[in-house]
Design a protein around this ligand. Structure first.
Ligand SMILES: Cc1cc2nc3c(=O)[nH]c(=O)nc-3n(C[C@H](O)[C@H](O)[C@H](O)COP(=O)(O)OP(=O)(O)OC[C@H]3O[C@@H](n4cnc5c(N)ncnc54)[C@H](O)[C@@H]3O)c2cc1C
Length: 464
């Protein structure tokens, strides 16, 4: 069968792949994208977007319970889980359709099917109608990742769920165990806890949200505990005994193994890259555990083969995937893009209260040998936060005491996932404490706390 030749073939239409395809097309390349399941990848279909739609429902539910505080009346508050899920699936479908439209608009050829790489520069796609052979000088791997399964804790879709099951739940859990307190685990814990599931989170590390600054983790833990979530840190789920409609979890904590019963378990113990079945080993692509090893330009070491997004390793975030996609497309088109700096990629968790951060934690900065100046500002000192009825939260900033460089920013509280971008831009423009202090922040906004936190680091804070 004759093969079709392109300048660039992208495998996987998640936020890494589809953005790379669009940028390549914008730059005049003849582009094809291969997708085996759904346009938009995990992010749009089973990740970022449907979780946020679900969390919006739980947030509104929570606010309805607070109606009286705002001088409002809301009686008979309840929810319809099927309708919550239906809305979330609808949002995902709308956006996935949007990606298909963007492919068309940018004249990117979409090939639906499973791709393999039989040889350098060649892609073979198993489609519904048979096998299609494609060729290109440049191939981008953007095949993403899936839930990690630990032996004994594997999901069965009934009692033990992955994120996919948790997004289309067959029932409302009454007693829920969430294993793992990274962003995915905590978001589901927050959603189900808010809707009334008795929720326990077990984290093997010494604190929940272990990648966050220790003060932010501690603040979030206090807030979750106040919401009646049970948090077990330095604890490990050793075994799950599955019975009829119940699971007995054996949890090791403080040197002892305790047994606790749940009706539902969500396993959120990480994700692994989709590196298998593509033919990568035969091409000589280096794989480290579950990700493809790349250089700072996402090159795999095999001529013309790149890997971006989740398959290329941490941080496994949609915006990192997209940015790498743009960079590689520009590189292929003969441009001179800057490599993506992982330390300037913000992480956001959409629990209640929200958590967001960028750069180094205070502990990491000290570990790296920096003398630091640290600023903090609490939500309770901000007019807009009080007007919104959201006085819980804080913003912490970490500066290099010598140069004034903003090393890291860490936030917990309402809407911080929107605020963090202010500091990301600041870091990108290499602003110093002086620039940030001289910036005028609009009033009344939550963003004023970003200013105050910087002022606090330099003993100039106004409102505390
Ligand atoms: C529950 C959950 C919540 C999340 N929330 C957030 C969030 O709020 N913010 C954030 O930044 N990130 C979030 N993430 C992470 C985010 O979804 C990923 O970082 C992002 O989707 C990675 O994009 P990608 O393009 O690398 O891969 P993916 O989105 O995984 O897309 C890969 C695509 O490749 C396709 N594919 C795989 N193999 C083949 C093959 N052989 N042939 C053809 N097609 C193939 C797959 O079908 C898939 O569509 C979340 C993830 C989960 C699971």
């Amino acid at each position: 069968m004759a093969s079709t030749t392109y300048d660039m073939i992208v495998i996987g239409a998640g936020p890494g792949g589809y953005v790379a395809a669009i940028r390549g097309a914008q730059l005049g390349l003849k582009v094809a994208i291969v997708e085996r399941e759904h346009m938009g990848g995990i992010c749009l279909n089973w990740g970022c977007i449907p979780t946020k739609a679900m969390l919006r429902s739980s947030e509104v539910f929570h606010l309805m319970h607070r109606a009286k505080e705002f001088g409002l009346k809301a009686d008979g508050i309840g929810y319809d889980l099927d309708a919550v899920v239906k809305r979330s699936r609808g949002v995902a479908k709308q956006l996935s359709g949007g990606v298909a439209h963007l492919m068309k608009k940018n004249k990117v050829t979409v090939v639906m099917g499973e791709a393999t790489l039989p040889a350098k520069g060649k892609v073979s796609v198993k489609t519904e109608k048979g096998t299609e052979e494609l060729e290109a000088k440049h191939i981008i791997l953007a095949t993403g990742a899936r839930a990690r399964e630990l032996p004994g804790l594997e999901a069965d879709g009934d009692l033990v769920w992955t994120y996919k099951h948790a997004l289309v739940p067959s029932r409302m859990p009454k007693k829920l165990l969430v294993i793992g307190s990274g962003a995915i685990g905590i978001e589901f814990a927050s959603f189900y806890n808010t809707l009334g599931a008795e929720t326990t989170v077990v984290e093997v590390m010494e604190r929940i949200l272990p990648v966050e600054d220790a003060e932010i983790s501690a603040f979030a833990k206090k807030a979750f505990t106040k919401q009646k979530m049970k948090i077990m840190e330095k604890a490990m789920v050793k075994q799950l005994d599955r019975g009829k409609g119940k699971v007995t979890a054996h949890i090791e904590v403080g040197g002892k193994v305790e047994q606790h019963e749940f009706d539902t378990v969500i396993s959120a113990v990480g994700i692994v890259g989709n590196v298998e079945g593509l033919g990568l080993e035969a091409l000589g692509v280096k794989i480290d555990r579950t990700h493809v090893v790349t250089d700072e330009y996402c090159r795999t070491g095999v001529d013309g083969l790149y890997a971006i997004g989740d398959i290329a390793g941490a941080p496994r975030l949609a915006h990192k995937a997209s940015h790498e996609g743009v960079m590689v497309a520009e590189l292929i088109a003969g441009g001179h893009p800057h490599p993506v700096k992982p330390e300037s990629i913000a992480g956001c968790t959409y629990c209640h209260p929200q958590v967001a951060s960028v750069g180094l934690t205070e502990a990491k900065a000290k570990e790296k040998g920096y003398a630091v100046k640290v600023g903090r500002f609490p939500f309770i000192g901000n007019g807009k936060a009080i007007a919104l009825g959201e006085p819980e939260g804080m913003i912490k900033t970490v500066f290099d005491a010598k140069t004034g460089e903003l090393l890291g920013a860490h936030m917990v509280g309402a809407e911080v996932t929107e605020l963090i971008q202010g500091y990301v831009v600041g870091r990108q423009l290499e602003t110093t404490e002086e620039d940030l202090m001289n910036t005028v922040f609009p009033h009344p906004t939550l963003s004023e706390m970003m200013h105050e936190s910087v002022l606090d680091a330099y003993d100039r804070v106004i409102h505390i």
